[in-house]
Write a new protein. Structure first.
Length: 332
C-alpha cells in the first residue's frame, strides 16, 4: 500500500486552563494520501486551524502539542529538530491563510516578496528570482504579472492578493498545501474563481491539499474526502459523495442542511444548528454534541461515543451508528 503523505495520530493540542489542559484538538487521527484533497470541516472554534498549525509547529503560545504524532512523508514532525522543520515548512509543506493582508508584508512589492521566497531556497541571481516570481504570478492568473509584481499588497484586490498567496504557497513545489478558509474573506464570484484556480493547480502539480473550511459547499467543489470536526474531535469521515448522500453524524447532517442550495430546494428557510459550539472549559458530559443534537437520548449524556468504522473509509462518532461498527480487522 502507498505510504500516506500526512498521517496524524492521537494529536492533542491544548492550552493551559484553570482545571488542567484545555484540549482544542483532542486525540485526532487523520491521514491524507499523496495528491489527495481532503476537506476539514466544522464551525468556527472546532480546532481546524490549530490542527494545521500543529502540523507546521506554529501553535501560538501558551498552546502546545501535548500528545500524538504527525508523520509527513514518513518522518514525525513533532520530533524533528527546528532547523529540519524549517526546511520542510514553506518548501515541502505550505499554508494559505484566510486573510492575505496579514500574511503579506505591506511595505514591499508583491513581486519582491515572491522573489525573496525563491532566493531563500535557491542560489540564483536576483534577476532570475524576479523572473521566476513574475512567471509564477502569471501561472496563478494575475493579469499583466510583470506590471502587477511592482504593486504593493494594498494596491491589489482581495482576490489578487489571495492569488499572490497561492503563488507563494506553490512556488517551491510542495507536496502538501494546507489552505485555511482560503476563500472565506472573498465575495462569491471571486471565491469560485479562486477555488477553480486551486483545483487546476492541484491537478497540474499533484500536490496534496488539506482544505479547511466551515462551508461544505467549498468541500463539494474540491475535495474527494471529508473529515468533520467538532470540539477538537473527529466526528465523521467519509468520501464526499457519500457524506452528501447520507450524512451519518447528526452534526454533519446539520451542516449539510444549512447549505443554501439544499434548503431552497425544499422551499424552506435556511435552517441552522441550534446553539453554539461550547467553550473548551464548559463541554457537556458524554457526547460533546449532545446539548445541540436533535436526536440525543439519555445515554448520550452519560458517555462519549467512540469513533467507529461503519464501512470502508467511513468513520463516525455517534451512538446511533454503533450497532453498525465493523469488527476490528485482525492482522493476517
Ligand atoms: N490563543 C488561544 N488561547 C486559548 N484558546 C485558544 C487560542 N486559540 C484557539 N483557542 C481555542 O481553540 C479552539 C479552536 O480554535 P481554532 O483551531 O482556531 O478553530 P477553527 O479554526 O476551527 O475555527 C478555539 O475555540 C479556542 O477555544
Ligand atoms: S451520540 Fe447522541 S448526542 Fe451525540 S450525536 Fe449521536 S445521537 Fe446526538
Ligand atoms: Mg480557523
Amino acid at each position: 500500500m502507498n505510504q500516506a503523505l500526512l498521517e496524524i495520530k492521537g494529536l492533542v493540542t491544548a492550552f493551559p486552563g484553570r482545571g488542567g489542559e484545555l484540549r482544542a484538538v483532542d486525540e485526532l487521527d487523520l491521514s491524507l494520501m499523496p495528491a489527495e484533497v481532503l476537506g476539514l470541516v466544522g464551525e468556527s472554534g472546532c480546532g481546524k486551524s490549530l490542527t494545521a498549525l500543529s502540523v507546521l509547529g506554529l501553535v501560538p503560545r501558551p498552546g502546545r502539542v501535548t500528545d500524538g504524532s504527525i508523520f509527513f512523508e514518513g518522518r514525525d514532525l513533532l520530533t524533528l529538530p527546528e532547523p529540519e522543520l524549517r526546511q520542510i515548512r514553506g518548501a515541502r509543506v505550505s499554508m494559505v491563510f484566510q486573510e492575505p493582508m496579514t500574511s503579506l508584508n505591506p511595505v514591499f512589492t508583491v513581486g519582491r516578496q515572491v522573489a525573496e521566497l525563491v532566493a531563500a531556497h535557491q542560489e540564483i541571481p536576483a534577476a532570475e528570482a524576479w523572473e521566476r516570481a513574475v512567471a509564477m504570478l502569471g501561472r496563478v492568473g494575475v493579469p499583466e504579472p510583470a506590471a502587477r509584481a511592482r504593486a504593493y499588497p494594498h494596491q491589489l484586490s482581495g482576490g489578487l492578493r489571495q492569488r499572490v498567496m497561492i503563488a507563494m504557497a506553490l512556488l517551491l513545489d510542495p507536496r502538501l498545501v494546507m489552505a485555511d478558509e482560503p476563500t472565506t474573506a472573498l465575495d462569491v464570484t471571486i471565491q469560485a474563481q479562486i477555488l477553480d484556480l486551486l483545483r487546476r493547480l492541484q491537478r497540474d502539480s499533484g500536490v496534496g491539499v488539506l482544505l479547511i473550511t466551515h462551508n461544505l459547499a467549498v468541500v463539494a467543489q474540491m475535495a474527494s474526502r471529508v473529515a468533520v470536526m467538532y470540539t477538537g474531535r473527529l466526528v465523521e469521515e467519509a468520501p464526499v459523495a457519500e457524506l452528501f448522500a447520507e450524512p451519518l453524524h447528526p452534526y454533519a447532517d446539520g451542516l449539510l442542511a444549512c447549505l443554501p442550495a439544499r434548503a431552497t430546494k425544499r422551499g424552506q428557510r435556511l435552517p441552522t444548528i441550534k446553539g453554539v459550539v461550547p467553550p473548551l472549559d464548559d463541554l457537556p458530559p458524554g457526547c460533546k454534541f449532545s446539548d445541540r443534537c436533535p436526536r440525543a437520548f439519555a445515554a448520550c449524556r452519560q458517555a462519549e461515543p467512540a469513533l467507529v468504522e461503519v464501512a470502508p473509509g467511513r468513520r463516525v462518532r455517534c451512538f446511533l451508528h454503533h450497532d453498525q461498527a465493523r469488527e476490528p480487522r485482525r492482522a493476517a
